[in-house]
Write a protein that binds this ligand. Structure first.
Ligand code: ADP
Ligand code: MG
Length: 701
């Protein structure tokens, strides 16, 4: 699509040259004209407005002011050496400070002259200050400043600045480039889509994202480029889904047989929630179509995903297939093994557990049974895919707590059978809708949005150190009722650098506060061997211990309905997703339960927001939206596995609407022209010639 002129190496651009080209590549990954055009500004300075000093508060973004320089002097020594200028307008004064290039700036400043200053104002000891402002002499006769109204601000690096490529330097080379190549920028979207959504042409959008003539066109250009970006992500995802469904036949589970029915009628210990029923139906639908299913089941902690998985496994078995269930940790794999066995009561099915701790001899037996088809369900950790495990006829693979598994691993699972098994991915991490659509846009999504009846909300308290006794009191009260308690620490041992509670010291405190023989304690942390962890876990599960002291190894999936208190030490240090997961360990039975967030007295703004959010709500989706806003999509767990989140302009926290539009457009496009064979879509078809999508698919097949 984009022509060869735009592939011209950046060094050929006037004002760049080999040295700067080298730096641009190293620092920003810019190698050709195209890359530079796509180095979008991250901010604009409104050059149509000059602020007065008395109008300024700390909330303002980058602004410009006109001031007269009064004094310029170098203060401090060595590390504290700085250049300080005092400046005034007719409403007040401000201090300008530079820590770098002091000599050079000092020489260039003319006291008593008027300057236009750009920057962000901060307040230091009650005084207005700007550090490293940009400035230029104010020349009243020259007020159009190259016709800029909104001046672009570009991200740069210290190294680039040394080569004159600060934001202004970058602005200059982009200004040189744009007139040369505007005519060469072809539209990346078909004309009918551009007109349907009233977007701008790519050339217009790119010109105006860098040098907008007014705020309206900037808005319009931004929307256009965001739409383009999200459109192509969706195009890739949905096309790979389409190819997959065309390429692979799927196992057909058309019988609802004895095993399923027997379980449903005689063994299921509770009534399914409507949400569980709906999701089972959705999955059943998928598995009858003869195409391979890839479905994500999202359900908040405690929503009952396990039983849904089990029932689909029974369906697979009724149709003559085997099933496997893969969990991210041994503790969880173990727990699934035990709880499935308990749910199935007698042994009408053959279930085995395969983890790293299984002995060679037992492993061989499992292998044999799998190959002969006498083993119905295999539960395990990733050992299950790393191992040379061969199934006779694997029909369904369930992956629990997906965020620990990568796409690669999913692909490996597919290879376990000639016809790839249906894949059911279960996640308790409530992923915001936008993120789910970009991360898992090639999967279908089912949501269990209802908790089993009778669950009482978990009362969440935030306590400071001074209220520790209240936490002990709550623990005593619950243990006296026969309930159990978790206490989670951010660290195992004392740390020289982090002033945080740690598990080892914490255990001593707990042990003296809750002495034997009345109280018994289990300890689980990441440095213990798998079998030790399992032993301690089982003591707690069986109710032999009342208190479980642990690190976040228990974060995911652990299910002990009798536990009613979750205490989290230094809760301010945990992310929201993690806090929500941890809290989800309680409230699993019919009793009232509690989550106590212990924190230090000093809280950062975000830390406080996290704790307040936890106290206010238990809605996993709301929590994940706030998490997205606090951390930005780049830091959301699980995104590493995708690579699709390398967004240049769109912001998943803000641009949900545009994403929905882009996705809808792509869905319609494929309904209308699945092969992209129509002439108006040729440009989209060509897009795939140059991307890696084809290669990924070949690797899987
Ligand atoms: P998660 O979705 O977090 O994996 P689980 O599958 O571990 O949740 O279920 C949590 C608890 O709720 C388990 O003890 C399970 O037996 C129970 N449970 C699941 N579904 C129901 C239901 N419909 N009614 C009552 N209890 C249920
Ligand atoms: Mg679970």
């Amino acid at each position: 699509m984009e022509n060869t002129f735009l592939k011209t190496p950046i060094g050929f651009l006037k004002g760049v040259g080999p040295q700067r080209a080298d730096m641009l590549k190293k620092e920003l990954g810019i190698t050709c004209y195209h890359d530079l055009l796509r180095h979008y500004p991250f901010r604009y300075i409104d050059r149509t407005k000059f602020y007065k000093l008395n109008e300024i508060d700390a909330e303002l973004p980058f602004i410009q002011i006109i001031v007269r320089l009064k004094t310029v002097e170098v203060l401090g020594e060595k590390a504290t050496k700085r250049l300080v200028a005092q400046a005034v307008d007719d409403t007040g004064n401000i201090e300008l400070v530079w820590f770098q290039s002091i000599k050079w700036i000092e020489k260039s400043l003319q006291p008593n002259s008027l300057y236009i200053i750009f920057g962000k104002v901060s307040f230091f000891n009650g005084k207005k200050q700007m550090t490293h402002p940009e400035l230029e002499l104010y020349l009243p006769n020259n007020l159009n400043y190259g016709n800029l109204t909104l001046q672009p601000v570009y991200s740069s690096t210290e190294k680039l600045k040394v080569f004159g490529l600060d934001t202004k330097g970058i602005q200059k080379i982009i200004a040189t480039l744009i007139p040369q190549c505007l005519a060469q920028i072809e539209d990346s979207l078909p004309a009918y889509i551009i007109s349907k959504y009233q977007l701008l042409t790519s050339a217009t959008a790119i010109k105006n994202i860098h040098f907008p003539s007014d705020a309206d066109i900037l808005k319009h250009s931004t929307k256009t480029l965001k739409f383009e970006e999200l459109f192509f992500i969706q195009l890739k995802l949905l096309r790979s889904k389409l190819l997959r469904t065309q390429k692979f036949k799927g196992n057909v589970f058309d019988k609802v047989g004895d095993k399923f029915n027997f379980f449903y009628k005689n063994l299921l210990p509770f009534k399914l929630t409507e949400a569980q029923k709906r999701v089972i139906k959705e999955i059943r639908n998928d598995t009858q179509k003869g195409i391979q299913m890839n479905r994500l089941v999202q359900g908040d902690v405690g929503s009952g995903k396990t039983v849904v998985a089990l029932m689909i496994m029974l369906l697979a078995i009724d149709n003559g297939y085997q099933a496997c269930l893969m969990a991210p940790t041994e503790i969880l794999a173990n727990q699934h093994y035990l709880s499935l066995k308990a749910l199935l009561k007698d042994n009408f099915l053959n279930i085995a557990l395969l983890t790293g701790s299984v002995k060679k001899k037992d492993r061989r037996i499992i292998h044999e049974q799998l190959a002969s088809g006498t083993l119905h369900i295999l539960i395990g950790t990733h050992a299950l895919i790393e191992d040379p495990v061969l199934f006779k006829n694997l029909g369904l693979a369930v992956i629990d707590e997906q965020h620990r598994f990568g796409v690669e691993q999913r692909a490996k699972l597919w290879k376990k059978n000639t016809i790839p098994p249906h894949v059911l991915v279960m996640t308790a991490t409530p992923i915001p809708r936008t993120l789910a659509m970009t991360l898992y846009g090639d999967l279908d999504v089912s949501v269990i949005d209802e908790l089993p009846a009778g669950r009482k909300p978990i009362q969440t308290l935030h306590l400071y150190e001074s209220n520790r006794l209240r936490m002990f009191g709550l623990m005593r009260q619950e243990i006296a009722k026969g309930r159990q308690v978790y206490i989670v620490y951010p660290l195992i041992k004392e740390s020289a650098t982090l002033d945080l509670k740690n598990l080892l010291d914490g255990t001593d405190v707990i042990a003296s506060e809750f002495p034997l023989p009345q109280y018994k304690i289990s300890i689980v942390h990441g440095q213990m061997k798998a079998n030790e962890k399992e032993f301690e876990m089982q003591r707690f599960v069986k109710g032999e211990t009342q208190i479980m002291v642990a690190t976040t190894v228990i974060e995911v999936g652990v299910n002990v309905p009798n536990a009613t208190v979750m205490v989290i030490e230094n809760a301010e240090r945990f992310g929201l997703a993690q806090l929500h997961q941890l809290r989800g360990r309680v409230g699993r039975g019919a009793d009232s339960s509690y989550c106590v967030l212990m924190s230090g007295n000093k809280l950062s703004k975000d830390g406080r927001t996290r704790l307040q959010t936890m106290v206010r709500t238990q809605d996993g989706f709301e929590i994940s939206e706030i998490d997205l806003q606090l951390r930005g999509p780049g830091n959301i767990e699980g995104k590493e596995q995708s690579g699709v989140l390398d967004l240049k302009i769109a912001d998943l926290a803000l641009d949900q609407q545009i994403l929905l539009e882009a996705r809808k457009t792509v869905i319609q496009l494929f309904e209308d022209d699945p092969e992209l064979g129509k002439p108006e879509n040729t440009m989209l078809k060509n897009f795939f010639v140059t991307t890696k999508i084809g290669i990924t698919l070949d690797k899987i097949s």
